[in-house]
Design a protein around this ligand. Sequence first.
Ligand SMILES: C=CC1=C(C)c2cc3[nH]c(cc4nc(cc5[nH]c(cc1n2)c(C)c5CCC(=O)O)C(CCC(=O)O)=C4C)c(C)c3C=C
Ligand SMILES: [Fe+2]
Ligand SMILES: [Fe+2]
Length: 344
Amino acid sequence: MTADQSHLPPGHPSVRFGKVGVLLVNLGTPDGTDYKSMRRYLKEFLMDKRVIEWSPWKWYPILFGIVLNTRPQKVGKAYEEIWNKEKDESYLRTYTRSQAELMAEALKGHPNVVADWAMRYGQPSIASKIDALQAAGCEKILLFPLYPQYAASTTATVNDKAFEHLMKLRWQPAVRTVPPYHDDPAYIDALAVSVEKKLATLDWEPELLITSFHGIPQSYFKQGDPYHCHCMKTGRLLRERLGLPKEKFMVTFQSRFGPEEWLQPYTDKTMEKLGKDGVKRIAIMNPGFVSDCLETLEEIAGEAGEIFHHNGGEKFVHIPCLNDSPEGMNVLETVVRRELQGWI
Ligand SMILES: C=CC1=C(C)c2cc3[nH]c(cc4nc(cc5[nH]c(cc1n2)c(C)c5CCC(=O)O)C(CCC(=O)O)=C4C)c(C)c3C=C
Ligand SMILES: [Fe+2]
Ligand SMILES: [Fe+2]
């Protein structure tokens, strides 16, 4: 809504008002797979104190001396394998944009709502999208970090970044942040349906369903991060919803980074052990990832499958993330409508 500005005294700034913004925020992604783009992205990511909690005195020499000289090439190659060539971008960006477009469509019955998307690292930035929403007349913004399970290194850093920008604004919008939804029945149901749909396309039955979540260092968990408990609860509720006995279901943790101990059991070691123990057929999924990305497509659908096969496994299937599927959008819409109560 643009106000009728005619009653304002000459020289008064024009005002837009009356809208509510919904900002979906995912982790981020490099602009390209080349060395420079990869380095820029990893630098921003790995300088975030919510991600690497070591003192900068200890961490920066390693980051600037070793990690940022070697990792951009290595990870760039991995990104190349899963790049969305058609759009020349990562799938994380493709899906996040599509989720925002579909969210806008789902909420079109509320013409005062504007839905958009941003990334915590890289582009489009959270600050630029808060500015754009305000310029469009949003006096209220619902900030939605796209992580079902809360972790300081994901959810909190999105909120920090948004509030860091709000610190610079004279006229701030009112802001709500979306809480974790790891146990929301709509989410659990959508995960279960995604499993059932994928398994119905196979001519074999898995002996085990593995749910692989991104890990965090054990030390973060010991300092009170609820992430592990959220993952375990998602796992339990999904197992119960699917009617699987405990011995046919596992929760594991992937993407270990650095020398510290991370949450266990590790996904890669589990693949090796299962193969060696004579398990022949497994299905694996990534409930903690709202969209498929490097960590699901390359590390799990690709690498984890290879490890399983090299150790004697025979059948392996990766169940895609909810992405922009109708089931996935129903989860996001359910959460958004609940959190917008009183605003629309
Ligand atoms: C100490 C480092 C890291 C922590 C802690 C961490 C937590 C964490 N990350 C995700 C989700 C994603 N991570 C992704 C990539 C990625 N993660 C780390 C490091 C930590 N993550 C790195 C260095 C990278 C980049 C790739 C690499 O160098 O290995 C991604 C994929 C992004 C993409 O564009 O595809 C996601 C998503 C969660 C959910 C989480 C804690 C709960
Ligand atoms: Fe990560
Ligand atoms: Fe726990």
